[in-house]
Every structure is written in structure tokens, then in C-alpha cells.
Design a protein around this ligand. Sequence first.
Ligand SMILES: Cc1ncc(COP(=O)(O)O)c(C=O)c1O
Ligand SMILES: N[C@H](C=O)CCC(=O)O
Length: 415
Amino acid sequence: MPGGVNSPVRAFQAVGGQPVFIARGEGAWLYDVDGNRYIDYVGSWGPLILGHRHPEVIAALRDCLETGTSFGAPTALETELAREIVSAIPSVEMVRLVNSGTEATMSALRLARGYTGRNRIVKFEGCYHGHADFLLIKAGSGALTLGVPTSPGVPADTAANTINAPYNDPDTLEQIFAAHGQDIAAVIVEPVAGNMGVVPPQEGFLSFLREITRRYGALLIFDEVMTGFRVAYGGAQERFGINPDLTCLGKIIGGGLPVGAYGGKREIMERVAPAGPVYQAGTLSGNPLAVTAGLATLRILQHPGTYAELERKSARLADGLARAAADAGVPVTLNRVGAMLCLFFTDHPVTDYESACRSNTARFAAFFRTMLSGGVYLAPSQFEAVFISLAHSGEQIDRTVEAAHKAFAAAGRIE
Ligand SMILES: Cc1ncc(COP(=O)(O)O)c(C=O)c1O
Ligand SMILES: N[C@H](C=O)CCC(=O)O
């Protein structure tokens, strides 16, 4: 396997050392093949908001297995998940299930182009929307971590239709629309950026996106692959009260199995084949196992108090980390929205790609390695989020903060 991994973010290139090989997970614990135990803040990169092997998810999967693994035909289960998404996500009236977040964003953008008859799209520097060619330009996540934000292999004429704008910068976007507004099919955005570390939208930024896209007849697409069912049950659009035209989902709606979805206004979604002419398909789309794990997860997330509990746990971790950094005299900027947070090794505010890149990544690497040897598993990159789950106990969070005291001291020894 290239680099020994099946997705670049799993390699330890940015932090040094070799990746840990995982044997199993239980709640918020991860166990490696050498018998070490870690408190897990990766959660399979976001899907495991209930932790590993939640008993209700596992029981539902066991029952589902007895019926088969895939049919390539409609099932009642997929209809149930579609209904749940439509009732949860404020702007979604119709939805199509796919197999990954990448498929969701790629398909939503094809639909936006088919619907508007325009070719250009606007994305934001440091946002990551999966690995489709036209989105791998100044992309975040592993691409940023490995220093290849714009990938070789993306044809120049494909890249020419993607316009990159700085996140949280309405003035630049206004200029882009003034120059190209009639050609822009859509603006796609992570409503809380989570792939250049965590960068919240500044006051008014999302409403500005809503206004300017309407003004120029372009669609607004929220990529809620990470934020959907995480920063609120109804995603960032519920939390911030802004309704996009299309929404992309993934991660949590598959409960740890491969899934994605895109949805939005009926009038737009009815252009998707076979209802309309914009083609998109998938052999395993709506897979019963993925749908079952997703549905079981969403049902637990609906319990009263769930998001308040996530908020409490996340605040306890954030406060503890901030205190530990201050005790060690290491300047950090901590960004948090609900159950996703990021520690940047800088004393400047982090509001966009450029300010995220000012973080001291050598300090992050030292912090990461000391946390790992102290039994805490973080994403091996400065530019990824820390994900808190319902499975994290107060005791695990306190242990994490204890480990962080040592880790900040180690980071502080690096210039
Ligand atoms: C915001 C966002 N969009 C899209 C994707 C792509 O999803 P996937 O890895 O399932 O293709 C990811 C994560 O990888 C993501 O965080
Ligand atoms: N940051 C990525 C998406 O959220 C991590 C998942 C991956 O690319 O493997």
C-alpha cells in the first residue's frame, strides 16, 4: 500500500514515527496490536460520535446481517434513513444516498452545474471536500498536511473552473462574484471548517454566502460531511440558522460504515436521474448495513440531552487543555464548535488557511508524540480536528488533560 496506508491522513509523516496498528475499539478506548490502550479522539475521523462498538449499533448490525449484505434494489431501511435525514436537516427536502463524502460533494457539484448551466465553482482555501479532481485545489486535510494542497494529476483545464477564496473573507468573495458571477454554479463551504484544523465561521460569514449566491443565481452548498449531526442534530445549518440549497453528508449517518448523502430543495434534487437528467449512480448505494448503523446512531443521538452532554464534555476537555497549555507557558489558540476542537500552536487567532498555517507544526508533532506515549490517540496532523464522543467519560477527559501537561512541556522545548 502506498505509504503503508489506505488514506494519507493515517500515516505519521507529519509527526514522525510509525502509525499505530489498531486491533479493536471499545467505547472511547482503542487497543493496538501490541496491547497498548489509548483514549481515542479520532473516532474514525468523525463518524463514531457514540464511540466504538455501541451495543445498540452492534445489535442492529447483527440483525441486519441475517437478512443479507446488499441487494442493489430499494429497501424500506434506506427509505427510513432518507426520512430521518429530511426531517433532521432543515434545508433538505429530498436526498440521495451514496458511499462516501467524496461521492456526495462530487455529485452535488455536478447537480449544481447541471441545474444552473454554469461551470465554475467557488471553494475556500483549506477546506477539504474529498478527492474529486476539481476539489483538490488548495485543499485541506491530508493534502495540506503532506504539502500537496493542489494535487499533481489534476488537469489545468479542470482546475481552471475552480476558484479558491479565503475563508471568512466576504470582500474577496464579493470581488470574485463581481468578475465571474454569471459563470459561477455554486459556492461549496465547510460551514465549520474542520480540515485546516477547526476554524469557525465568523459572525455574518455564512449569511453573507447565502445572500451573495442568491444575488448572482448560484447555489450554496454546505459540506456537512463532518458537521452534520455533530455540531447539532440538524448540523451547522441548524446551529447557525442558515439554509443552503444543497447539503452533503457522510460520516455519522453511516455509524462507522461507508456512506454519504447529498440532498436539498426538491426542485433541484428532482433533476437527479432517473427523476431528471443529471446522472449519478452506485452499486452499493443505500447499503443495508451502512444504513442500519446510521439509523441506530441517529436514534441514540435523538435522546434528550445528547447535545448538551457533548457540549459539556467538549468544554471540559477544551478548558483543561487551555489550562495545561497556560501552566506550561506554551501559547496556543483553541478553536471549538460543539464536539470538534483544535489546538493551534500559535498565539494569533486562527480564522483562515493562512493563519492556520502559522501554527508551529514542530511543536504540534512533539505534543502529539508525548500524548501518544501517554495513552491518548490524536489525529497525526495539526490540520485535523479532535472529535469528542458521548463515550468519553469525565475520567478519560481528565486523564487526557493530565497527559497534556507533559505534552505541552515537551512542545514548549521546541522552538
Ligand atoms: C468536510 C468533508 N467533506 C468531504 C469529505 C470526504 O469524505 P470521504 O472521506 O468519506 O470521501 C471529508 C472527509 O474525508 C470531509 O471532512
Ligand atoms: N480529514 C479527513 C476527512 O475528514 C480525514 C479522512 C481521510 O481523508 O481519510
